[in-house]
Structure formats: C-alpha cells, structure tokens
Write a protein that binds this ligand. Structure first.
Ligand code: LMR
Length: 393
C-alpha cells in the first residue's frame, strides 16, 4: 500500500535552509526563508518574550489541556490589534489559537469549504504554501495577478476576482507586507477592495502574517480594517511567528466574523471540530508568552520598541538597495524603498539565481524573492556587486 506513494519534491523554500547550512563559504548570504535577522545576522528571541517566558516558568501552575480553541486570553488580547470599532463589541467575532499562521490559513480554508466554498481566488505570486493548502483541501485555485511590472499592486485584477468569485468563492488577500513581492495595496486601493467585497457574495479571507513589520502595527492593519468594516462576514488568519519572533513555537490565531451574533456559535463550533480533527489543540507555550506580553504594559512597550527597531533596520536595507539602482540595471531596485516587510522580488532568471548561489554563495528563493532582513552593512556591498555581476552582459 504505502509503496504506491510517489516521492514528493522537498519544499523548495525549506530546502534552501539546508543548502545554505551546508555551504562552507564564510561570506555566504542567506536571503531564503522569511526570518528576521539583526545587523549581525542573528535571529534572537525578543527581550519581551524572554521576560514573559521567565514569568511563565515562575508562575505557570499547570500544563493541563486547554481545548481546541487554545488560550482564550491570548486570542482576546491579540484581537484588539486586528479588529476595531463596532466589530469589536457587537458579538460577531469568535477567535481561536492555531499552530502558526499556517494552521490559521488551513482552518480558514477548511471552514470555508465546509460552508460551501468550492474555489479560492489567489493573487499570484503568493506564499507557495497558500496554493498547497488550497490543493490539499481539494478546492479549486483561481489565480489573479497581484502586482504590475511597474511595482504597483494590480488593483483591477483584485476587483475583478472579488466580483467574479460569487457565493461559492473565497478571495484570499495578504493583509500587509505581501509575501513574496513586498507590494501592498494603498489605502485607496483597500477602500476600493472593501467596496467590491461589500457588493459581492464572495468570502474575504485575510491573511496577516507580518503585522508591525511594514509601516507600524496600526498602519499595517488599516487595509484589513477597511474591509472588515465594509463586509458582513470574513475570516482572518494571523501569525505571531514573525512579529513576536516565535517561529518554531508556532503561534497563530484564527478569527471568524459572522453576519450576526446568532450564527457565531455554530460557525465557531465547526472551526473547533476542524481543529480537533487536525491537531486537537494548539501548542501552548508561545501563545502563553504572547498573552503575558500583551497583558503587561511594560512588556508590550518593550515588544513594540523591538518591533520598531526591526522595521527601521529593514527600511534602511531597502533604502540602501534602492540607492544602488543605477549600479544594477534591469532589476528595478529603486522600487524596493516603497515596499513593505521582509520580502522583495527581483526579476532574475533561474540561471542568474543559480549563479548567485554557485558563484557568490547567495541563497534566495527560486522565484527571485529575497528576504531583505538577510542583508546588513557587512554584506550589502557584496550582494550589490554579485547582482551587477550576474545581470551584466
Ligand atoms: C516564508 O515565506 O519564508 C515564511 O512564511 C516561512 C514559511 O513557512 O514558508
């Protein structure tokens, strides 16, 4: 029986971690998987999280089961950073903790399927795992263009998708810091998206995986809030893996906004049943640490400071790359300054990407996506020179 399984290729992004680790060159550069790095190339645990973990060790008196919804205080504390205004108080939102943002996306699309959704509209390029999750759920993927060649978002494509999706369609949008392009919708574009959703039966599924790493905590969720204010119902997937640096602890949340409070309990019971069948209960530790941070003013301030430092460092890297626009022709580096988050896409050929890896020890996704946080004062000149090398002649 098991011998019938055809071998699957390794996940290309995760395979890069190993390829980079196996490269003996001291000056190699890892621009692959999306983890934040300091100017020294490290991915330290947030100080605020260390503080919260110390408290947890001292004070946690049980590790008994919590249930499929996880730590409800974590879910409630986080909710205030996502939803606003009336939607927070009219009893139409339920949330639950998930294993990372991936668990939240899985739950969102699984629940959408249970509710009758048959196809998911996905702006491409997107995080590769979006398409994998949709396919694994045996839903149809309908792609639309996310970005134009000039580095702006393709609003018309998104609006057409929302209008076309119909009542059996869900439209999956990135809340901020688009992965892999770094190209987010502007405030005006979000307003147009919200208006289109308001007139469409399509279900909005909003994936927020990088809040606070673009322009700021409030700024990065403003577009999502515009949509949430305009629509009767929506699903939100959230990751704390990046903005709390909890990657391997797998911390995420999933929120359901229902048309009315009357239907919320039934909707949430379906999400609970799905969680139970998938992973039973989410891992607790990381969510508990986030909860301790968010319930303590001092730790919250420390966390927000740390986030600001990360954001500013990445902004600085983007500006350095943009300033090198004239040195590397044809890659449109100037546009990087106006983009957000960890990622940018460089229009490199697969041959150029292979040369960067083989000749220069520079590792990036096969799509040409770079993690800008992998760059710092010490390696930016090498990166720019290598780009100039592989793109000339
Ligand atoms: C990424 O896109 O690099 C991250 O979201 C990590 C992942 O799970 O793919």
């Amino acid at each position: 029986m098991l011998e019938n399984l055809p071998a699957q290729p390794a996940d290309a992004l995760l395979a890069l971690i190993k390829m980079h680790a196996d490269d003996p060159r001291a000056d190699k550069i890892d621009l692959g998987v999306g983890v934040y790095r300091t100017g020294d190339g490290a991915t330290p645990v947030f100080k605020a999280i260390k503080g919260a973990e110390a408290r947890l060790v001292a004070e946690q008196d049980s590790k008994s089961y919590l249930g499929p919804e996880g730590d409800s205080r974590f879910v409630e504390a986080l909710q205030t950073y996502i939803f606003d205004g009336e939607s927070m108080t009219d009893g139409r939102i339920a949330g639950m903790q998930t294993p990372g943002g991936t668990g939240a996306v899985r739950l969102a699309l699984g629940l959408a399927k249970k509710a009758g959704v048959t196809k998911v509209y996905l702006g491409v390029p997107s995080w590769p795992n979006h398409a994998q999750i949709i396919a694994d759920l045996e839903l149809e993927t309908v792609t639309f263009n996310h970005a134009r060649e000039d580095g702006t978002a393709d609003l018309d494509a998104a609006l057409n998708a929302i209008r076309e999706a119909g009542e059996r369609g869900a439209v999956l949008l990135h809340g901020c810091c688009h992965n892999p392009t770094g190209i987010d919708y502007t405030a005006d574009e979000w307003s147009a998206i919200a208006a289109a959703f308001a007139e469409s039966p399509a279900l909005p599924v909003l994936d927020i995986a990088y809040q606070g790493l673009g322009q700021g905590m409030e700024e990065d969720v403003a577009g999502v809030r515009t949509v949430l204010r305009a629509v009767p119902q929506a699903l939100v997937a959230y990751s704390c893996d990046k903005n709390f640096g909890l990657y391997r602890d797998r911390v995420g949340a999933f929120y359901m906004m229902a048309k009315s409070g009357d239907t919320l309990e039934a909707i949430a019971s379906n999400a609970n049943a799905l969680a139970r069948a998938n992973w039973s209960m989410p891992p607790d530790h990381g969510g508990a640490a986030v909860r301790v941070v968010l319930e303590d003013e001092g730790l919250t301030a420390e966390w927000l400071d740390e986030l600001e430092t990360m954001r500013e460092r990445m902004r600085g890297v983007r500006e350095r790359l943009a300033a090198a626009d004239a040195e590397v022709t044809g890659l449109g580096l100037a546009a990087l300054a106006g983009q957000n988050g960890l990622f940018a896409m460089l229009p490199l050929t697969s041959e150029q990407i292979a040369r960067l890896r083989d000749d220069h020890g520079i590792y990036m996704a096969g799509s040409g996506r770079i993690n800008v946080a992998g760059l710092h004062d010490g390696n930016i000149p090498k990166f720019i020179a290598a780009l100039a090398d592989v793109t000339q002649g």
